[in-house]
Design a protein around this ligand. Structure first.
Ligand code: UD1
Length: 369
């Protein structure tokens, strides 16, 4: 038998990372050549944004937690770098694997690249073309310093080629987030149970909405317009809205809590993965600015309106159920109306969003390392 030779340090930091890392850690655990080490940066720290996901996804407790917490982009990124370096120094012959586009992704990739440690980026090559999004900066920079890049959709390789990245380093693996969806769909929590836990009665039919991007929630006037718009939709099709802590804080600071009336607009706290999955699966329509939800609704065949002007995930629009509607209430209402009347556009699930992306990734890693 071949001795296990190399440690793959899998970095997670923020809520959307856990669903991406879980199937990779599992596939690495089954590998004869590689072993996983899980490092949590602590970018997200509330139990609702964090431990709950580890439990639900059957993830092992992290081998190290850097406990960086919140801060400005500079402070958060720098703290992750400072605290990650000694962890990396202690690992024997490591490889660093980062997922997605959060501050923890670029921070750990940069520490590793400068030390000559191989960097693997999962979910590489996605581009919104919008450099005002902090995630876009994280994507471009992480890809530039990665040794191996795994993409979720075919268009991503074109973006990487345009930025001068050698396509010999790029592998089309499919979508690890959908691995987690496929594995957990039978365990999704019924919406009635989720709403009852919040003291609310589940409407017969409902839409689900999430907002957390700074462009949608940081300006009180924009936030108010969007909440009023969701309430208008909610008068016909009640809107269930799990709130990111950042959004909750902005609503409270702007005195907009009165818009969350428990009938047209039903606010919940941050939800666990299995509750979100149940809410998405059973909704008629999703309205969101989240990248993950654009992909998950495409995989589930639920119509999705994305309240942004661009998406880094064009496969969800080209093949899936997603439509970009920006943040103009008139346009959002018209698109929602159209879905309520016609059922929305029929989509198909993009190539390799099939539940086996992590196996493909670990297969390549085993060959390469
Ligand atoms: C981060 C990611 C974003 C991702 C999102 C998912 C970056 C640049 N952004 O944004 O891409 O879509 O996670 O949630 O990395 N907070 C809490 N508890 C927590 C975490 C955060 O209350 O556990 C509050 C704090 O007030 C914090 C704010 O949320 O300042 C923002 O958190 P932060 O991690 O900086 O960015 P997100 O908006 O969550």
């Amino acid at each position: 038998m071949i001795a296990r030779s190399r440690t793959v340090i899998c970095v997670v930091g923020a809520r959307p990372n856990y669903m991406k890392a879980a199937p990779i850690v599992r596939a690495l655990n089954a590998s004869a050549r590689l072993r996983p080490m899980l490092v949590h940066t602590g970018q997200h720290y509330d139990p609702d944004m964090n431990e709950r996901f580890f439990t639900e996804l059957g993830m092992p407790a992290p081998d190290a937690n850097l406990e960086v917490g919140s801060g400005s982009h500079a402070v958060q990124t720098a703290e992750v770098m400072i605290r990650f370096e000694p962890v990396l120094d202690r690992a024997a012959d490591p490889i660093v694997l980062v997922v997605g586009d959060v501050n923890s992704t670029i921070a750990c990739a940069l520490v590793a690249a400068k030390k000559g440690v191989p960097v693997v980026h999962v979910e590489a090559g996605l581009r919104s073309g919008d450099r005002t999004m902090p995630e876009e900066i994280n994507r471009v920079l992480t890809d530039q310093i990665s040794d191996l890049l795994f993409t979720t959709e075919r268009s991503a390789a074109n973006n990487l080629a345009r930025e001068g990245i050698d396509l010999a380093r790029v592998h089309f693996a499919g979508n690890v987030m959908i691995d987690t969806l496929v594995a957990n769909l039978p365990r999704a929590v019924a919406p009635a149970e989720t709403l009852a836990a919040a003291g609310l009665t589940a409407p017969e039919a409902f839409a689900i909405a999430t907002l957390h991007r700074p462009a949608n929630v940081d300006d009180p006037a924009v936030l108010e317009r969007l909440l009023v718009c969701l309430r208008t939709i909610g008068a016909r099709l009640p809107v269930v809205m799990p709130l990111h802590p950042r959004t909750r804080a902005r609503i409270d600071a702007a005195g907009l809590g009165g818009l969350l009336d428990g009938r047209a607009l039903l606010a919940l706290g941050p939800q666990g993965y299995l509750a979100m999955l149940g809410l998405m699966r059973d909704s008629r329509l999703a309205l969101t600015d989240s990248g993950g939800i654009q992909e998950e609704t495409t995989a589930l065949g639920i119509p999705c309106l994305t309240l942004r002007d661009n998406t880094e995930r064009p496969a969800t629009v080209e093949f899936g159920t997603n439509t970009l509607v920006g943040r103009d209430p008139g346009r959002i209402l018209a698109a929602a109306e159209e879905i309520m009347v016609s059922g929305g556009k029929a989509g198909r699930v993009p190539e390799y969003w099939d539940g086996h992306a992590a196996d493909r990734i670990v297969g390549v890693l085993e060959q390469r390392f």
